[in-house]
Structure formats: C-alpha cells, structure tokens
Design a protein around this ligand. Structure first.
Ligand code: SF4
Length: 417
C-alpha cells in the first residue's frame, strides 16, 4: 500500500493547498534581480504559464520590499494569481516588512540574530504578524548554513538539522500558528534524505506534522542536477514524505518545472508534464533506482547505459567517477553569469578525482551554503571572485577572467602535495 505521512494542510493565498490530502505542489524561484521589476514580472508570467504553483522571489534589501509589492500588483493586474513567496535570508526587519505584501514568507529564524534568545524573540514577533495577516511561512534550514548556536548545540548532522527545525516548529505550535511548511535541504543526497526522515519522525512523535517542502539544494545542472534531485526526492516521496517540491537547477528556472512535475505526477494526482524521450528515461531511472541505491538495498543496477549508471551511482554517493559539483541555482543576489561560469568550471575540472567543487552565486550566502565542498568559486560581483579551500577564502578579489584558471591551479597544487 502507498505510504503517506499524514500532515496538516497549509493554505497559501486563496487556492494553493499544501499537505498530504492534496496533490504535490510544484514551485520554483526567480533568478532575476528583484529591483528589475520588468524582468521579474516577465519571468513570473513565464513560470506561472509553465505551471509553477508558487513563485519565490528574493528580497535581499529593505528597498526590495517596494519592488516586490510592485511586482505583485502588476501580476495581479494582469490576472496572474500565483501566490508569491518572499525569500528572506537574515533580516527579521525585512521578513516583517514583506508580511503584508505576499502570501508566503521563507525564513531561517536562526539567522534573525546572532544571539539565539533574541532570534527566538524576533521569530515570536514575526509569527504574530503572520497570524494577523493569515500568511503561510516556510521554516527553511539548509545543511551548511545551520548557524553557530545550532552547530554548537546539536552538531552538523541530519539529526541536528531536524532537532534545530523542531525548536522553531515547537515555537509555532506554542503560538498556535499552524500555517507552516518546513524544509531541511542539503546538496548531499544521503544527508538530505536522512534529515527529512528524522524530522518526519520527530513531528509525528510530537503530535503535529507540518507539510514538508522537499528539495536537494545546489544540485547543479544538466543530467547530474536532475538525477541528484530525483534520487533523493523520490526516495522520500516513496515513503510518503514531501508535499511541495522545488528542483534547484543552475539553469533558467522554467527548466526545473518539468522535473518537479514528473515527480509530483509520479507520486500524486498532479498533472503529467510533456517530456522528451531521453529526459523521461533519465528521470524514470533516477526514481526507479534512487531508493534502492540510497538505502543500500542494492550495490549495482541492471542498466546497460554506463553513463547513466555512473551518474546514478554518483548521485547516490555510491561511486564517484568524476568531481562532485555543488552549484546554487542563482537568484536576485547573483551578480555574474552563473550558468556559463559553472559550465566553464565543470569543463576545466572534469579530469580531477575525489574533489567536491562548489560554484556559488553570491558572497553573502554562497560560502555558508557550500556545505562540505573542498573548493569554492564564489562570485563577489563587479568582475571579482573569491576562491575557497574548504571554508577558508584563499584567493580573494581575483578578476573573473582569471578565476577558473586559478581554481584549477589551486586544486592541481593541492593534489601533487
Ligand atoms: S548562494 Fe546562490 S541561490 Fe543562494 S542567495 Fe546566493 S546567489 Fe542566491
């Protein structure tokens, strides 16, 4: 019998319902600058037409709250009712300011203040405001950006991620605020699956299960990004865990939707996307073999397509046949051509073995989000790049046109040591 994790239902805006009693909701995020209202409106229209049921927009600065309002007004004036989600990274002031504007707000409450007690107090105020406006929220914690207090208290493991989320979940319950979705994303598929399983179990034990937004963060692009996303998300969906999906790809955001729609259709009553034959083969193989490989139920899979087999084994972290890449999808904070740069980095580093290389779109969140990367290429904007070894910036402010070469040199030197 199909497994289902029974959850509460969260309503976003008038018509979007997220929870176990409803088809899986697919969503994506704009990668335009929020201050570029024309470009963001145009992208939202394109994404809504392509079937995105929620559209997330970053709000990096207080000045962007007005831009967000204008974007929403223009969309509504054109009859586009898709609920908007404000993506807030650190500032509780911006989080509060967007509550009257959009239907849903994504926050990581631990980042509201370096002092944990103050962060809790600010989150309490934020919940009261969301209650007043009847908004939905997502508590979104990512592996790699858990925050000092959390890492010191719980560690940096899938169990720690779930425990950290439970603290905020409990605060929502204490405030009797239930319009809450939770996510615990990681770029490592094993960590991601384990974190969500822990959280699902902890919420069940606690008696209130909020819907889960599932996704692999910084999955990269092309076949690898699709396969990495599908093996992990499908493993959870097979267990009935997951009510809304975002497939994060370092590609135009509309490319994410058919992949998310394939997953939503395979595991719920959501409509099927139109896919090319090759794409369907890849997604189907990732969903068929993801859980058995990730769960170590099998060591090998009966595929004659050696490339696809290698990709699947690597996505499930069973065999590394090429470097492992982490790349964020980019958003309104990205100040350089992330997609093109990521492809150049992949091409230049393809010959290395046993390394994890991250390419991140911004210096504000990129370093924190790189998780367990060995090397990081982080765009600062204005033609400059900082290169990281583990969490340490080792070459700062490098001109962009030299940066890929310098990254290759750095890795090569380390490998001959
Ligand atoms: S790391 Fe990438 S996706 Fe995350 S905020 Fe920066 S540019 Fe946006």
């Amino acid at each position: 019998m199909k497994k289902v994790l029974e959850t509460r239902t969260v309503r976003v805006g008038e018509n979007v319902l997220i929870g176990s009693g409803h088809p899986i909701v697919v969503q994506t995020m704009c990668n335009t600058h929020t201050s570029d209202i024309d470009a963001t409106v145009a992208q939202c229209k394109l994404l809504a037409a392509a079937g995105s049921q929620l559209i997330r927009i970053t709000v990096p600065a207080m000045a962007d709250v007005k831009h967000l309002e204008e974007i929403k007004n223009r969309l509504r004036a054109e009859g586009i009712q898709t609920p908007l989600v404000a993506d807030i990274h650190f500032s509780s002031e911006i989080a509060m300011a967007v509550v009257p504007v959009v239907e849903k707000i994504r926050i990581n409450p631990g980042n509201f203040h370096p002092d944990h007690q103050k962060a809790r107090a600010l989150f309490g105020e934020f919940l009261q405001l969301c209650k007043q406006y009847n908004r939905a929220i997502r508590i979104g914690l990512n592996h790699g950006s858990l925050g000092k207090y959390i890492v010191e208290k719980y560690g940096n493991t899938p169990e720690a991620m779930a425990l950290a989320a439970m603290e905020w979940v409990q605060m929502c319950m204490d405030a009797q605020f239930y319009n809450v979705v939770v996510s615990l994303k990681a770029s490592n598929t094993v960590v991601m699956v384990q974190a969500y399983r822990n959280l699902a179990r902890m919420m069940q034990e606690n008696g209130v299960v909020f819907p889960l937004h599932v996704g692999v963060t910084e999955a990269g692009n092309g076949d690898s990004g699709r396969i990495k996303s599908c093996v992990a998300i499908s493993t959870l969906l097979e267990e009935g865990i997951g009510n809304t999906i975002r497939v994060s790809l370092t590609e135009p955001p509309q490319n994410e939707l058919p992949v998310a729609q394939y997953l939503a259709h395979r595991y719920s009553e959501a409509p099927a996307p139109v896919l090319g034959e090759r794409e369907e083969t890849i997604l189907q193989a990732a969903c068929d073999y993801g859980a058995p490989l990730l769960n170590h139920e099998v060591d090998d899979i009966p595929l004659s397509d050696e490339y696809l087999k290698d990709e699947l084994l690597q996505a499930c972290r069973r065999k590394f046949y090429k470097p492992e890449y982490i790349a964020c999808p980019g958003c309104g904070r990205t100040l350089y051509n992330l997609e093109e740069t990521f492809n150049r980095v992949k091409e230049a580093t393809a010959g290395f073995k046993d390394v994890v290389i991250a390419v991140m779109g911004c210096i504000v969140n990129g370093p924190g989000e790189m998780a367990d990367a060995d090397y990081g290429y982080v765009g600062e904007g204005f033609g400059k790049v900082t290169l990281y070894r583990k969490k340490e910036p080792v070459l700062r402010h490098i001109p962009e046109d030299e940066a890929v070469e310098r990254l290759v040199e750095l890795i090569r030197k380390d490998q001959v040591k």
